[in-house]
Ligand binder design. Sequence first.
Ligand SMILES: [Zn+2]
Length: 497
Amino acid sequence: MLTRAHAFALTGLDATPVEVEVYTADEPKNACFTIVGLPDKALQEARSRIRSAAFAAGLNTTESLMLVNLAPAEVRKEGAGFDLPIALAVLAGHHQVDERLVDEVAAVGELAFDGRLRPVPGILSIAEAAVRAGRPVLVCPSACAAEAALVPGCRPLGCVSLQHAVRVLKGEQQPEQVDRGATALDEPIPDLADVRGQPSARRALEVCAAGGHNLLLVGPPGVGKTMLAKRLPGILPPLDDEAALLATRIHSAAGVLSPGAGLLRVPPFRAPHHSATTPALVGGGTRIRPGEVTLATGGVLFLDELPEFRRDALEALRVPIEDGHVRISRASGSVQLPARFNLIAAMNPCPCGGGGSSGCTCARERVIAYQRKASGPLLDRIDVGVRLERPAPEVLRVDRPESTATVRDRVFAARERQAARGCINGQIPVDLLDHHAPLDDACTRLVDEAERRLALSPRGLHRIQRVARTIADLAGSDAIAPPHVAEAIAVRLGAIA
Ligand SMILES: [Zn+2]
């Protein structure tokens, strides 16, 4: 007999419906279990898991002929999430459960040999696709139910095993309770009040948060670069509903969302190690998985020890930094993923970290090579740069800097001014720069002089104009005044000096 179940294929952040058709016949002489329709290796291995899980549920399939077709055939099917829908259709084919009950619902989940259900990535995207496809009831692992419940209209049936799923479909047993009150297990963000004796670095962080600009921190080890970077999410606006859903979908698709976590509301903070590969940073691999640039969307991408990153990885970051998205190409086609983040890069002044001071032993050529390695691909994309020095002990004793809450109020006010114009300053398109950030004669003279003195590229000039707009917004000023431009030039210098 022919039975049907409904599954989903995840590509990047999007799930597409896949119809699972299973032809079952009691033919001991021709017993087999075949899956066709572009399955990957993990899916081919589903056969062992499904047979074993069905056996645990009381069904021996070794004497059956079973042909599984996954349609549409041209969509690539990846991962173990197809285990449950195929197994349900197989059980229906053996009259263990009414085929109509299976046909009515959507299903996703990986099976263990003993029939237990394991969570799979991308549940949020799958639940959205299920609702869109008109099958809002989603049979899924209990660990995934809370995530599916975040999608309006989705009714997840969280199950612990294949047997449990069958009983739930038959109405003989209740699904697991969904803990809808769950909130994201966000670590508390440390407070800016801890960062003492670094007024210019704090100011740079505030400007970058307010306008969505990229920041470079240069300073010896232990001076507080990481400390500053970790405090940026605290002064960024929290994610609104749309952004929260997107961030949660991204983390889910990457398989890094903790089970039971609710919507991510706090801007993400991603700090990949400098040994990270290009696919780990920008996404890709054999399965299309979001990379760090996508995971950082709405939040912060922190690249500590920038010159230590692989050259090809830094090159690959240029497009996402410029365009706010990344395109991953594979034989089966290409997928565009969002990659809109605040970049903070950090580096030591020289390879030994001493930065020319008494303890430094670096030859001058080595220092130049070290700085060039980082600056080549990325420096033109940095808006604000600041050099950090170790503050004197007496400064540390008396400095009582502002808290995150105080700085955040100014950042939010500046963001509101930008929202009224319809564009974050860091993303103002070049052709709208003079509309959103007009410069009067005095300001233009300052910019022209900086261009001559510093041999700035057009891109560098645009960055100064955008940052000046942000500095004016932080000051509550509609017009950009010469002091705003002067500060924007000064912080730009910090990036290229
Ligand atoms: Zn050195």
